[in-house]
Design a protein around this ligand. Structure first.
Ligand SMILES: Nc1ncnc2c1ncn2[C@@H]1O[C@H](COP(=O)(O)OP(=O)(O)O)[C@@H](O)[C@H]1O
Ligand SMILES: [Mg+2]
Ligand SMILES: [Zn+2]
Length: 505
């Protein structure tokens, strides 16, 4: 026997089998029982929430010869034929496939012919928002003058695209996304009846990922089952969906909170050696941050990831250490990078930068100096007078040097934005003979090390040669606190003028 996908095998066959959508179920069941169905329905809601299933149940209901309390019997000839798709008086039209012009035209002619087989003709028009204007007009005419014994059921995921003229002629039912509990329960039932052993944690993760769609949940279960067989554990779900364990992400968040940059880099190595994609790490981290935010905003019940027990406590601990604003900022950083990453070559680098940025945003006391040095780094320094300062290695930038350094930065930015981002976090200390010095603050180890990589370093050397006409050696050094403070004071003087800057020891 041909393999039938789980979601088809488990299409609800009666109103009572439909999960959720209680009001719709009650209303339609009553209408069928009392023989008071109307001639046009619109089912609107997200995909995989039961619209087509409900349409078929309704079609059976109005044709069944052995109704039971408004439920189709699923045994009479009508029910059986509708279930296997051979019932002539139930016509399914998929507006998405050919935009429905021919069918609707056809339909206007055929509609006057009395039902061949059953009592009521049912036209189910799926994705009805895809109809052309022409087809909509034809449909409207039909709805304005509905023949007896015909029911239209229109289904759509995008009800805002349906003309008001059509809407006003239909009884409208909204389908909602299913809750994780609803999905989990159904998954469990189906797993048991299909002889699939589905671990609770695995189930929770599938339900989470299905995002309210029962069809997606069943498709995921199917996919994992055909790949892995039974039993299905949490890890299997993660493998098949390419999910990175939320425990791993939790660790990563701890490292970010503690600003353990080296450890973060190592963790990224791990992800890559496991053959997972950088984009997935970005996505999973964003998911996790979303959970953190939800926890902060609305409390533990709304946390959506597959986290349970210990993970939960950990999430709570982390949430305590961060403000809402900090989480939001981090989320924004990761979502931005998630967008960029898809088209970028240097994916890993971009994500590393994003994590560095998150670590910075999360640092308990973000030093005010960094703000100054950063904004200043964007614009080429243009100093009137060299400020009194003590810089490393006997080098000290002259005004001319600062001027061409500004050009270097601008040129690097033109060629390669990521390199510029790294370079501009460092301070140009000066050029002595052939040695050029760029200083990084201690917390900027990552930037320094990245700049020391050949590709970045060579690029800068090349640009300097282009601008200065001579080849230099570049030395990336760490600034000690004094040097750093001097530079900051100097920057502050440039920004605000010497009078405004008070130097405290
Ligand atoms: N509310 C629901 N209750 C039970 N199963 C559902 C429900 N919604 C969807 N499903 C499952 O998903 C499959 C596809 O559902 P369908 O009714 O075609 O969704 P829609 O038309 O809203 O996209 C069904 O065969 C069934 O297995
Ligand atoms: Mg459908
Ligand atoms: Zn029946």
């Amino acid at each position: 026997m041909a393999y039938l996908a789980l979601y088809r095998t488990w299409r609800p066959g009666t109103f009572n089998e439909v999960v959720g959508q209680e009001q719709t179920v009650t209303a339609l069941k009553n209408a069928v029982r009392q023989g008071k169905t109307t001639h046009a329905y619109l089912f609107a809601g997200p995909r995989g929430t039961g619209k087509t299933s409900m349409a078929k149940i309704l079609a059976k209901g109005v044709n069944c010869s052995d109704l039971r309390e408004g439920e189709p019997c699923n045994a009479c000839i009508s029910c059986a034929d509708i279930n296997n798709g051979s019932f002539m008086d139930v016509v399914e039209i998929d507006a998405a496939s050919n935009r429905g012009i021919d069918e609707i035209r056809d339909l206007r002619e055929k509609i006057r012919i009395a039902p061949a087989q059953g009592k009521t003709k049912v036209y189910i028009i799926d994705e009805v928002h895809m109809l052309t204007t022409e087809a909509f007009n034809a449909l409207l005419k039909t709805l304005e003058d509905p023949p007896r014994g015909v029911i239209f059921i229109l289904a759509t995921t995008e009800s805002h695209k349906i003309p008001a003229t059509i809407m006003s002629r239909c009884q409208i039912y909204s389908f909602r996304k299913l809750s994780r509990q609803e999905i989990s329960k159904r998954l469990q039932e189906i797993a048991v009846q299909s002889d699939i052993e589905l671990e609770e944690e695995a189930n929770a993760l599938i339900a989470h990922r299905a995002d309210g769609g029962m069809r997606d949940a069943l498709s995921i279960l199917d996919q994992i089952h055909s790949y892995k067989g039974s039993p299905i554990r949490r890890q299997d779900v993660m493998d098949v969906l390419g999910i990175i364990d939320s425990l791993f992400v939790a660790d990563l968040v701890d490292k970010l909170l503690n600003r353990e940059i080296g450890a973060i880099i190592t963790m990224m190595d791990q992800v890559l050696t496991q053959g997972k994609e950088i984009g997935i790490l970005a996505r999973e981290s964003a998911y996790y941050l979303r959970d953190l935010l939800m926890l902060k905003l609305v409390g533990p019940d709304q946390v959506i990831s597959g986290t349970t027990g210990n993970d939960r406590n950990r999430l709570q601990e982390q949430a305590k250490r961060l403000s809402q604003d900090q989480i939001l900022q981090a989320l924004k950083i990761l979502m931005d990078v998630g967008e960029k990453i898809r088209f970028a070559e240097s994916q890993r680098f971009l994500l590393e930068m994003a994590f560095m940025e998150v670590a910075r945003v999360w640092s308990p006391r973000q030093p005010r100096e960094e703000g100054i040095s950063k904004s200043q780094a964007e614009t080429p320094p243009d100093r009137k007078k060299p400020a009194p300062t003590r810089t490393g290695k006997d080098a000290q930038p002259t005004p001319e040097q600062n001027q061409w350094w500004g050009k270097v930065l601008a040129r690097v930015k033109e060629i390669k934005i990521p390199t510029h981002a790294l370079l501009s976090q460092g301070q140009f200390i000066g050029l002595k003979d052939r040695d050029l010095y760029i200083g990084y603050k201690k917390g900027y180890r990552f930037h320094k090390e990245k700049m020391e990589e050949k590709a970045n370093k060579e690029l800068v050397i090349q640009v300097i040669e282009e601008i200065l006409g001579k080849k230099v050696e570049i030395n990336f050094i760490f600034l000690d606190q004094d040097q750093y403070n001097d530079i900051i004071v100097q920057k502050a003087i440039e920004l605000f003028g010497a009078d405004m800057v008070e130097v405290r020891d």
